[in-house]
Structure formats: C-alpha cells, structure tokens
Design a protein. Structure first.
Lengths: 393, 393
C-alpha cells in the first residue's frame, strides 16, 4: 500500500462523506450549479470588508526591507501586540503578547496547542456535536478524542464532562459559537466549566487545559456577546482565526493566545512556538499578519448572516422542521425527520438540496445546513423544504 | 510539567543552539546591530522581484467572488496546472496536476508527505549534513530519521545509503542544493540513487520513496542546472517552495509534486490532500497561490547571491580557511580550524561574527555561514576573518 495504514483507514471511514460530496457534485454537473441548493460548505459567502483590499494595497506599496521574509516564528511583534491589546478588552484580562502565536487559522492553532501539550495516550474531551477534524487533530499528536454525548439544547453537560475526566485527560476543547449547532455556551456554563476544571486538575494532579476554539466568536446575533474564558480559568488557551470574521478562510491566518497566568507560562508559550515551527507551519503567512494587525475590531457585516439565518430558520419552521434558533456561527442544525439522518440527507439529495448528516459531527438525528450562501440559494430552497416537510415532517 | 515530555526534551536538546542565538542577540544589544556580522539566518536578503508587488496589487484589484475564501484543499486548479506545466519542462516528464498540492512552503510539504506515507517506526534516510528540522518532521509522524554520515565533498554515499535501507525504510530525503553545504548532487549520482531505490524497493518488498527537498533549486551559480529526479525514479515526490526563489519565505507558499507514474498515484495524491487538511494547514495561503500561478519561471536576481558567494568565499580562502566553493543555495560550509566546531563558533563570537556549528546539521568539524546578508556585513567580516584565520588556521 502506498499510503500509511492509519491515513488509509481514516480516509476509508470518512469515505461516506466524500461519497455524498461526489453525489452532490454529480447533481450539479447533471442539473447545473444553480439548480442545486448546496448547504454543505462552511465557506463564508460575505465579501471581506473593503478595508482588507485597501490595507493590503497600502502594505504592498509601503517601503519595507524584505517585506515577505521570515519574522520570528511567533509572528511580527506589532501583530502580537495588536492582538494582545484587543484581547485584553474582549477577555477582560491583561493579555501578554508573549503568549500570542500567529497560526495558520484556528486549525493550525489547535494542532500547535495539542502538539505542545499531549503525551502519548493523553485524552482530549469535547462535547458533541463537534467539528469532525478534532478527531484527527488529537490523533496527529498521539492523543485520543473523547466525545461527550450531546444533551438537550446542545448545552455543556458538565456532569458528563466531569465523569469523563481521568488521569489521562490533558484538555477540554469547547467551540462556541458551535459548529454545527450554532449554540453559544452561556456565561454561567463557562464559569461552571472553569470551576470544574480547577477542581479536577487538583484531583488528578495535573493541569487540564481549557482550549476555546472560537473562529465564530464575532458571528453572533441579536446583540449577543460570547462570554470570555480567561476570567473563569487560568490554564486556558484561545484558538481563533480571521477566516470567518474577515472572510479570509483561504488565507490561513489566525492565532492562539495563552492565559497570562497559566502555569509555566513561558515554557508553554515557547513550546507553542516550537510546535508551530517543527510542524512545518514555521510562521503564519506574513502579509496577512501585517493586515490583521491593522484590522483589530473590524468584522464583516454580521447583519447579512443574521438575515440569512432568520429567513432560512423561518422557512424551516413553516415547513414543519424542528430546530432551535442558533445565536451564532452560520449553521442551522434541525432535527432529522427520519431517525437515520444519513438516510434523510440522501432523501434531500433527490430534491437537489445538499446538507451534511449530523452523524458527521457526532450529532446523529440532526442535519447541518450552512447558510453562509447567497440569498438566491436560500430563497430557492424554501418551497423545496416546504415540499420535503410535507412528506417527512 | 506544562508541555509534552517529548517537546520538552527536544527543546532541551537544542537549547545550546538557542543559547548561541541568545548570546548573538546579546552581542548585538551590547555593540549595536551593525557591529556584529550575523551569518546565522537563512532569511533571503535579496528583495522579491518587482513582479511580486505588481501582480499582488493586480490580484487584489481584480473583481472575484470570495477572493479570500476556501478553495479545494489541494489548491486553486489554475495554480496546480501552472506548476504542472512548469515542472513538465523542468523535470522532462509530463506532470499530472492531480499530483500537485500547494503547501505551506517546503517545510509544510515535507510534513504532508511524511504524514501520508509513514507507518509507526518507519525510517527515513537522509545524507549528512542535513537541515536539522528533518529530525522533527520524521518524528512528528511516528517515523525515525536515519542520518548517513557525511563523506568527502558531501556527495551522496550510495553504498552507505544502500546498507542503511531495511524493511522499515519508507523514504530517502535528499536536499540539493544542500543546506548547509551548498552542494548540488550530480546527474550521475541522482541516476545511481534512482537505480539503487528501484533495486532496494524490490528487495524489501515495499516502495521506498525518494523525496527531493528543493527550495534552493533556482539558486545555482556558474550556469549550473540541478538534475531533475522524475526521470530517474518513479516513486518520487518533489517538495519545493517560493521562499528563496521569489524571496517569499515568510508567506509560506510552496508545493509538493508526485511523479505521475508513482504506484497508487491517486490514492497517494488523495492522501497528501487529506494530510494537508488534517494537519491544520487546510490549504496553502490563497493570495500567494494566485500570485505564484502567474510567476512561474520568475526568480530573484541570482547573480546577487553569486557575487556575495564569490566575495565571501575568496575572503575566507585568503584568510586561510579550507572550504569548497558551493554551486548552489546561499551557504558556505568551511572546515572548522578547531576540531570542535562548537568551540570555534564560540571563538568567532568574540570577534562579533555569528555562525552556526556544523554539529547542528550533523556535519561536525564544519561551520555554516549564510551569505544571504547585505554586502556591508560581508565586507565588514573580511578583515575579521583574516584576523581569525591568522590565529586559528
């Protein structure tokens, strides 16, 4: 066999998802792209703010020696400072730029964090439903992901998390606003989680890190603010990216930020920089680092996503689907009218609607619709969902 | 302990290098940056070609839907095609764009390749001296690097490579032009290596991949051309980057290219794309992908490096150092006048010259000077090397 056995197994196991994507692509080829409503991809459809192009051109025209050369592996000092300054306000904690590392998006940040903290066989706990890549990210670095089953409303099941923690637990990853559910964990739940991890770290005699994966932090609606994690737990790390808030997903720019009062702060921060280097990232893309240093606090027009959410949510409710109105991100996660969500998503394909089964996120019995698509797709889908609802709901 | 034991050990073991860098930084702080000749960093000092800024501005101004969004994980199809087209000429083999994956530089490419092919305990062979990161890259994915001791002239020791190959050997990495020696392996040696790997693959009953790490391919002097690897061995993969040839080191843009006739071509190419995704790279930075699609064949002014090489080489020879004139890359690798190269590099620090001991590259008894620095540094160093030569050579 040409490829590593594990990679082959992984690819085999996820082949059903790939097959679905291929079937979707075949539908588009057969009927035309505009005859298929594709809700599968979390690729932001809202254009980057004008400031992105303006600042990029400015940076390119500015005289600078070796503008595109290597910088320290952690990133440009001015970028780290800009982010630390912004986070200080957001997290209500004085953030140390020495604990900030620029990364290849939040996906890069999570790999760097896990590489730096996991010993072989260590466990990483995450509540379901969750971004399926977490499985691979933990495995990449010798760890094992332990998923907590979903509960009503996809809130944090603190009891189950507490019961799952053991001497091998290195970290808990939370993702709020959540992909795929769109749920934002409440300030109270976050505080309770901090309390739980403080107690469990003491009980287990090891630091259990809280990793907060927050690429959707700025995409929240109805005036909501995502509760910060730094005030509730010292041994915490933020993984974030500008993929969604500045629509820069393909540019791979994000960061990690370590709590300034984390145990062994300097050693851990150095470990992150080392991991960023040896994993082959070396540093986050330089031009984008310079860009985001200037765009702290700038965000895409979130009202566009809110409107898309409202229209699709309303349409699904009227069609008879059962779902809660998510407070953030750009996903709806309705209950599948059929017990088997994979079967239901196949049924949807017959109506030329493409979705992802909740099973793909450890959330069986649901399906995910990414509404970061153009309005036409949403509008075209509404009568179809009505028809589907009549038959299945 | 806050960080993973292995990471802590790695950092501890390389702490002497870090300490040297810190001592160098202290010297600069004490005497002023322009009073220290720093030859430690492989950060290209030649400005990117004007076409880089021109094309970037054009791309930024071009209307395009979701210009910075996700593209296929392998990269933009037009970029993959442009590279395949260029490689076809360079490698004298018709290259399939399906075997090209855009990566975060050559470092990203090597990690993606090793992730996709290594089973636990697999060995990766490389001739010394070599880029020290190879150790980490192999280890990241459960492999073990096996270094072949250096021979006279730093040529390929085919006998030793053949003797080192066993049933656990998954790949051989070559780096030509070489960091740190600047050596370019001859066409004859490359052909012999291809022949050896063909025979050994048959003998061991497994494919042994040839991985050619070629970020310095375009930086060759005196009219030399680096011999292509595709004509000599089917199961080969190129790892390359635009870091050096376009002075884009900080932008993290490179690619891997699989030989079109490699065994299980499609499975392996898919494995690379999968590895690129799950390692958290997701895709190479999008804007830079668009850029390099338009700059195939464009290279920094190589004559600038050639001139720097000539001046520093000549100065070292006149000072009494023993070294060969490298044909490529931007490093000189003279023999250390003291048996202990680490001790000699410490001596150089007293003269405010910063170098890296050959021991850091598995090339003890030598030291590396990166001449990708400004002319002033080189000129200032010449009388100092003369003084050092008088004392030590």
């Amino acid at each position: 066999m040409a490829i590593a056995k594990k990679i082959s197994d992984f690819m085999e196991r996820s082949s059903w998802i790939r097959k679905m994507f291929e079937e979707g692509a075949a539908l588009k080829a057969q009927y035309g792209v505009d005859q298929v409503c594709d809700f599968t991809l979390g690729n932001p459809d809202v254009a980057a703010p004008n400031a992105v192009a303006e600042e990029l051109v400015k940076i390119i025209h500015e005289p600078a020696h070796l503008k595109h050369g290597y910088m320290p592996n952690a990133g440009y000092p001015e970028t780290l400072s800009a982010i630390a300054g912004f986070l200080e306000n957001e997290q209500q904690v004085a953030v140390n730029p020495q604990g900030v590392v620029m990364t290849s998006g939040a996906g890069g940040a999570l790999n760097v964090i896990l590489k730096a903290i996991l010993n072989p066989g260590d466990e990483v706990i995450t509540p379901s439903p969750f971004f399926v890549e977490y499985n691979f990210y933990a495995d990449n670095h010798g760890g094992v992901l332990r998923a907590i089953p979903p509960i009503e409303g996809f809130a944090l099941d603190l009891e189950a998390i507490g019961a799952a923690i053991n001497k091998k637990t290195a970290a808990v990853i939370i993702n709020s606003p959540n992909n795929p559910s769109g749920v934002v964990f409440s300030a109270e739940q976050i505080a309770d989680l901090g309390q739980l991890l403080t107690e469990k770290s003491a009980e287990m005699g090891r630091v259990i890190y809280l990793i907060s994966d927050e690429p959707y932090r700025k995409l929240v609606y109805d005036g909501l603010v995502v509760p910060p994690i730094f005030p509730v737990y010292r041994n915490s790390v933020i993984a974030n990216s500008y993929s969604k808030e500045l629509s820069l997903a393909g540019e791979r720019i994000g960061f990690l930020a370590l709590h300034p009062d984390a145990d062994d702060f300097t050693q851990l921060a150095n470990g992150f920089v080392f991991a960023n280097r040896v994993l082959g990232f070396v540093n986050a893309p330089g031009l984008m680092q310079r860009l985001v240093a200037r765009l702290q606090g700038v965000t895409v027009d979130v009202s566009i996503y809110q409107r898309k959410r409202d229209i699709l949510y309303q349409g699904l409710v009227e069609a008879g689907f059962k779902l809660s109105k998510p407070q953030g991100a750009f996903y709806l996660f309705p209950r599948s009218p059929l017990a088997d969500d994979v079967e239901f998503v196949r049924e949807l394909q017959h109506y030329r609607i493409l979705a992802v089964p909740g099973s793909g996120f450890s959330g069986p019995g649901f399906f995910r619709l990414a509404y970061c698509v153009d309005d036409t797709t949403i509008e075209r889908s509404l009568p179809i969902f009505k028809e589907v609802g009549k038959k299945f709901c």
